[in-house]
Design a protein around this ligand. Structure first.
Ligand SMILES: Nc1nc2c(c(=O)[nH]1)N[C@H]1C(S)=C(S)[C@@H](COP(=O)(O)OP(=O)(O)OC[C@H]3O[C@@H](n4cnc5c(=O)[nH]c(N)nc54)[C@H](O)[C@@H]3O)O[C@H]1N2
Ligand SMILES: Nc1nc2c(c(=O)[nH]1)N[C@H]1C(S)=C(S)[C@@H](COP(=O)(O)OP(=O)(O)OC[C@H]3O[C@@H](n4cnc5c(=O)[nH]c(N)nc54)[C@H](O)[C@@H]3O)O[C@H]1N2
Ligand SMILES: [Mo]
Length: 757
């Protein structure tokens, strides 16, 4: 049969922009249709580009300012905040009056500390319209807010690394580069693997996705330590060590024990560059390869062989960020570092320690490491903060004390929660508990482009634009270009830029001048660019007309801690000893049983649920989107199974439960349950299931109809040291769902009383 030829209307305009998954171009066709095409310089454009246009005008967009019916009728105060309640659309003037009035009431009656403006989340790329930066700047002009510290990504590492190597930034931002690894490394021991799905993403985006090519071109042999074979690209020479989730530390101890027992450690390096091996070595006595095998599921012979190979090769020990997003998450980072130190190769090209290869696209990348233009946020006069993942504890337990990094902090009494650019009902653990926590404040204000679960749990929802609907400047760390993000289309419905929303509030609260400094968006872009550029770089007008600016390349060959190795006296680490602290007197002095002074194995508390919930769930980053962003987009939707988020199971585990590929299943434990769609794969270790994060939470009682794994994870910190997010693992059971599953309801807005057009 002949198909009628599809004739594309001619391209009218083409604009450039960028995203956390990379720079791209937007073509407008006659008639208004938009098309996304990759940036011409990008060797590996991200498949996530396919979510952009399909989500842009999706009916799940927030079209107008909306207020929860019960809040509108009864005013501020604790309330159930059901996700099914009706919202009433109101005009912008009324909405801004309500929010400004609430900010005023709360700060006058309870002080600025009662405003929680942490507002964690990735928002969109773009240096000016970064929602969280805008909100922080705005709240600072009002006298400040309770903030949050650290990240969900690396909450444990950010607190641990300063104690043990002095500078978290060095490890996280100046990793040994891929070209050096290609040239020098013989063996990569990759705890958590190096999954290619993750390297398409960097905060702020990159124009050239080089990391994927580096990863696929790896010639060094890789010891892939992961319950999931898919955590390394096919074709990379590898041996698979299918460790049980949460047990990498046991394996590391077994390796370290073998090095010591067989005299394979580098005593000269340890003497000169580290402190505390003796204490660690005493602890290792009870933790040999046989012991490790019993915990981590890797045979003792394989552990000993791997230790010997590590000692005779140029070896890079790398730990993904996922490993520290778990109970006792500090330990795999600290133990991995200790293991690398025992090999004596830290600071040698191609050897040593890495953290986050395969977690983020910019780790090991060779792009420029200079600063980008940024929006000044002012100063927050309120000193109160929480470690970011303690949000539910804060709302549920005002006034209670807790430990954090050697101090005792107290939770403030929050009356108003303000969120712009994040989705806590995606990112936080134990969502049924978070729902209870969100009943406590008087008012919840959210700026969102979409009716996400966070918007549905708010009182006042203000519709925000997406990057294609506004002008901005974009770029990421290690990006080769600075991108002029030129508006490609008008805003959806009545959506406004976060900046415009906050300027409207600032005007009502008498701080317009402080907040805007009298600048329009375009004037801000010019100001940020002009105060950033060097004399030999083009003016803003030329940059904007050209659409992008190529930045000078970064060094190809860099080795983490090379200076320290070259001269530890002239270049000591900023630790108390000036050295790598395998034992930290400071951490030991805190007296935390869940994070003592050297790396230790601790059995996760979650394991008490074995064997009632025999399957070990990995809730990792999704391949088909960034977190929960654009979950209504075409690429994310195409991966759903029967409309639910896919859960991967080993065929044996599925068979034992009568589950076939494509079935809707119920995944459950004591905290809650979700539906998901079964996908069978031999790539997983038996007994392990994988359900990625980010399906928009769709609550029906304790059940999420759509497949958000955070109904299953525990709201338990990594330890008292970091209070970091530990949401990566949970124990669950999976069963076939019989009959028709309840429909997913997140693709349409909540019940809305529409205002007259
Ligand atoms: N179980 C488990 N949970 C996890 C993790 C895990 O491994 N396991 N990983 C954690 C990690 S590492 C992270 S970083 C977090 C991520 O958690 P988040 O960063 O909160 O997730 P996002 O989906 O990126 O949320 C960003 C939100 O901002 C909105 N947005 C986009 N652009 C704009 C804008 O211009 N203005 C406004 N107002 N809004 C905008 C998007 O629609 C989206 O809802 O999740 C964490 N949660
Ligand atoms: N496509 C895509 N890429 C992303 C993101 C996204 O949302 N989508 N998010 C970005 C963000 S904000 C961050 S912070 C990074 C996160 O980077 P990571 O936290 O490193 O990424 P994850 O995919 O969550 O986990 C990496 C791998 O660790 C393995 N793993 C899980 N548990 C264990 C364990 O106990 N032991 C071992 N050895 N392996 C285990 C999993 O199989 C998983 O695939 O990813 C970034 N990249
Ligand atoms: Mo993250």
């Amino acid at each position: 049969m002949n198909h009628p030829a599809r004739v594309r209307p001619p391209v009218v305009t083409e604009t450039g922009t960028t995203s956390h998954w990379g720079a791209f171009r937007v073509r407008s066709h006659a008639g208004g249709a938009l098309e996304v095409v990759p940036h011409p310089a990008d060797p590996a454009p991200s498949p996530l580009l396919g979510n952009v246009v399909s989500a842009l005008r999706h009916p799940a967009r927030v079209a107008a300012p909306a207020v929860r019916r019960s809040w509108l009728e009864h005013g501020p105060g604790p309330r159930p905040r059901s996700a099914d309640e009706e919202f009433v659309e109101i005009g912008w003037d009324t909405a801004l009056d309500l929010v400004a009035g609430e900010l005023d009431r709360v700060r006058a009656g309870h002080g600025n500390e009662a405003i929680f403006g942490g507002s964690y989340g990735w928002a969109s790329a773009g240096r000016f319209h970064h929602a969280q930066s805008q909100l922080h700047r705005f709240l600072n002009t009002l006298g400040g807010f309770t903030s949050s510290r650290g990240s969900y990504s690396i909450g444990a590492s950010l607190v641990l690394l300063p104690h043990v190597v002095g500078d978290a930034e060095a490890v996280l931002r100046r990793a040994s580069t891929w070209p050096t690894i290609h040239a020098e490394t013989e063996l990569v021991v990759a705890f958590g693997g190096m999954p290619e799905k993750n390297v398409q993403v960097t905060s702020g985006g990159v124009t050239r996705h080089n990391t994927l090519g580096h990863l696929r071109a790896l010639r060094a042999r890789v010891a892939l330590v992961s319950p999931n074979r898919a955590d390394l690209p096919d074709g990379v020479p590898a041996d698979w060590y299918p460790v049980l989730p949460g047990t990498d530390v046991a394996l590391m101890l077994g390796l370290a024990h073998t090095l010591l027992a067989e005299g394979l450690h580098d005593q000269a390096f340890l003497d000169r560059y580290t402190t505390g091996l003796d204490t660690f070595a005493r602890y290792l006595r009870g933790h040999d390869a046989d012991w490790a095998a019993g915990v981590c599921g890797i045979p003792a012979g394989d552990i000993r062989d791997l230790a010997r190979r590590m000692a005779r090769s140029r070896t890079l020990v790398t730990v993904t960020w996922s490993l520290q997003r778990a109970e006792y998450g500090e330990q795999p980072v600290w133990a991995g570092l200790a293991l690398a130190a025992m090999l004596g190769q830290i600071g040698l090209p191609g050897g040593g320690f890495g953290h986050g290869y395969g977690s983020m696209g910019d780790v090991g990348d060779t792009g420029p490491a200079g600063r980008l233009p940024y929006l000044p946020q002012g100063r927050n006069p309120v000193g109160t903060f929480i470690p970011v993942a303690r949000i539910a504890d804060m709302l549920l337990c005002p006034g209670e004390s807790y430990d954090y990094n050697g101090s005792v902090l107290k939770y403030p009494d929050i009356r108003l929660v303000y969120w712009a650019g994040g989705n806590p009902f995606h990112h936080h653990q134990d969502l049924n508990r978070l729902r209870r926590a969100f009943t406590r404040p008087d008012t919840v204000v959210v700026h969102e482009p979409f009716w996400t679960a966070t918007a549905r749990h708010a009182d006042i929802v203000l519709p925000a634009t997406l990057p294609l609907e506004r002008d901005d400047i974009g770029g990421g760390r290690r990006d080769t270009h600075l991108i002029a993000m030129r508006r490609a289309t008008g805003p959806y419905g009545q959506a406004r830029d976060d900046y415009a929303i906050l300027a409207g509030l600032a005007e009502r609260l008498g701080v317009l001048r402080e907040f805007t400094e009298g600048r329009t968006t375009r004037e801000w872009l010019e100001h940020l660019y002009e105060t950033w550029r060097t004399g030999d770089q083009p003016s803003f007008a030329r940059f904007w007309a050209a659409g992008e600016l190529e930045l000078p390349p970064g060094p190809q060959h860099e080795t983490l801690f090379a200076d320290f190795r070259a001269d530890p006296v002239a270049n000591p680490l900023p630790t108390p000893s000036g050295r790598i602290e395998i034992f930290s007197r400071t951490v030991a002095g805190f007296g935390y049983d869940d994070c003592p002074g050297h790396p230790v194995w601790r059995e996760p508390a979650e394991w008490r649920n074995l064997p009632r919930y025999p399957l070990r769930l990995i809730a990792n980053q999704p391949a088909t989107r960034l977190h929960s962003q654009l979950d209504v987009g075409a690429v994310s939707r195409a991966a759903k199974v029967a409309g639910r988020e896919p859960i991967e199971l080993h065929p044996g585990d599925a068979r034992a439960r009568g589950i076939r590929a494509g079935d809707v299943v119920r995944v459950f434990n004591d905290r809650g349950a979700c539906l998901a769609g079964a996908v069978l794969t031999e790539a997983l270790r038996p007994g392990v299931v994988r359900l990625a994060t980010g399906a928009w939470y769709d609550p029906d009682g304790d059940l999420c109809r759509h497949g958000n794994p955070n109904v299953l994870t525990a709201d338990r910190p990594a330890s008292r040291l970091s209070q970091g997010c530990a949401g990566h693992h949970a124990l669950v059971e999976v069963e076939r769902w019989h009959g028709d599953p309840p429909p997913v309801r997140v693709l349409t807005p909540p019940p809305l009383v529409r205002c007259a057009p």
